[in-house]
Ligand binder design. Structure first.
Ligand code: 3NM
Length: 207
């Protein structure tokens, strides 16, 4: 089955939301603006804390015909009827996630090299994120930026759709697409500013 993957992928981080605002409110604003794919990624929250958040996001994403993926937690994705999961190094193997979730669920994976992309591809992932392509405020956690040439290289070598991730902003989207990325994944450029709708509008016209 061919799965249609939007070119813009929002990853959540409620700690980057402006003071006085809530994650749900900002996500709803972005859904109203037109965002079609969201990953719930709040790594410091327990399953008990994530569940109501995921449920609320599921209701909202259904209303706006948007895809919802859950970071790491296959059980939580199943519990709320999410469209899929996004897996990292510490997650269950992609192959096992595919076995549990079946062919209709979306499985994304975080990657940082050609070898990781090929492994994700071989295990049945639908897409990968690759990065950090540029400097990101949280860069220390993800390592040095790969740079645009490296993105171009992996896009040439791998067939699976690749989302450029890490420091992606309006002014570098074009370069990532020219490098061969299927789309872009972002946190701060969409979530962290004072006007998320305006940020979405500026970004979405470039994709
Ligand atoms: N993963 P921003 S970089 C969550 O390289 C994440 O795997 C990365 O945030 C990786 O869009 C990153 O604000 C942070 O730069 C992306």
């Amino acid at each position: 089955m061919t799965k249609l993957l939007p070119s813009l992928y929002l990853i959540t981080d409620r700690q980057q939301i402006q003071e006085g605002h809530q994650l749900i409110g900002v996500v709803e604003e972005l859904l109203q603006a037109g965002i079609k794919m969201i990953q719930l990624r709040e790594k410091d929250l327990s399953a008990a804390e994530l569940y109501p958040l995921a449920k609320e996001l599921r209701t909202l994403t259904h209303q706006h015909k948007s895809l919802l993926l859950v970071n790491d937690r296959i059980d939580l994705a199943q519990a709320v009827g999410a469209d899929g999961v996004h897996l990292g190094h510490h997650s269950l193997p992609i192959k096992m996630a595919r076995k549990i979730l079946g062919l209709n669920s979306l499985i994304g994976a975080s990657t940082h090299s050609v070898a990781e992309i090929e492994s994700a591809q071989n295990q049945g992932a639908d897409f990968v994120t690759y990065g950090p392509v540029y400097f990101t405020p949280s860069k220390a956690i993800y390592g040095a930026p790969t740079g645009i040439e490296s993105l171009q290289d992996v896009c040439k070598k791998c067939k699976i759709p690749i989302y450029a991730l890490g420091g992606i902003k309006a002014n570098n989207i074009q370069a990532t697409l020219q490098a061969g990325a299927h789309g872009v994944a972002m946190i701060s450029a969409l979530l962290a500013g004072p006007t998320p709708t305006q940020a979405y509008q500026e970004i979405s016209v470039l994709l």
